[in-house]
Design a protein around this ligand. Sequence first.
Ligand code: NAI
Ligand code: MG
Length: 325
Amino acid sequence: MSYDIAVVPGDGVGREVTPATVRVLESLDVPFSFTEYEAGDGTLAEAGEALPEVTSQGVESADATLFGAAGESAADVILPLRETVGSFANVRPVRAYPGVDALQPETDLVFVRENTEGVYTGIEDEITEGVTTLTRVVTDDASRRIAAFGFDYAEQRGADVTVAHKANVMRVTDGQFLDSVRAVGDERGAEYDELLMDALAMHLVQRPADFDVVLCPNLAGDLLSDLAAGLVGGLGLLPSANVGTDNALFEPVHGSAPDIAGQGVANPAATMLSAALMLEWLGEDEAGRRVRDAVEGVLSDGPRTPDLGGEAATEDVTEAVVERL
Ligand code: NAI
Ligand code: MG
């Protein structure tokens, strides 16, 4: 048996960090069969569509997908692909690594972000010139599902849960989210804190060590996780998992980074750490731990890419990770 992995490098640095990560996976003694698919701005320019059907089908039928990043077409690529794998949970661990300069070296938390609703699947409209609207959907079903996932995830790790919301202003929609989360929490007798998301943003900057699992509506999870990236040394370090019931897609939190794309200096750590999450999701816990240890070892001892103050190329970092494995 081997794991059938769809690989979608996408655009920009996605095309650099994804092959680097495949190299790391190939150096493990886990049987993989990789199939590469196209998507993103380049594909749109060449083939007239950012997300060809063959890519969606490949992702749907694979055991799991490793995704790099898309550029301007990201919304037309990654949102449908998350849906293709039936992902309702976006898991984003954020931690500071020894040896890497961090504003907040105590940071070690995980965002569990609702992945199907809210403004990202909202309907935008321009009613008349200069007057625009956004309608978003928040349901009890989806809110309960992410809450159950978040409480389970926290329980497995013995972690505390903080629920982010803005139900004081968005009384109906965030109110629904909060009511549903409370219902699930109460059914389980779970203990958790609730915080308004704007205040939470401040607390995350000032005392990130006080937070473990942060359960978020869709947009808040996106914003707060990038904020937290700033606490630990940048987007080059943040992995993510888009988890469904029987399929999943793993990707760095960052985008195609056009400012550094093509220079061979993108930090591959976020994508390699995403691959570690993929290994664990596949049940290959030992291999996942080995990849994480190897990446952490290289972050700590170098070589490091320029975003972390180093001078190394993506390839040097990849070589060092593979050597440790
Ligand atoms: P970005 O994440 O691409 O870049 C933000 C900053 O982080 C840049 O300074 C970049 O150089 C740096 N950075 C990102 N990844 C890095 C890495 N691996 N190593 C070192 N430095 C790294 O976000 P930005 O600039 O807002 O968006 C650029 C493009 O990416 C846009 O077209 C956007 O639509 C797309 N995007 C795609 C996403 C996806 O495919 N999931 C997510 C976010 C943005
Ligand atoms: Mg984002």
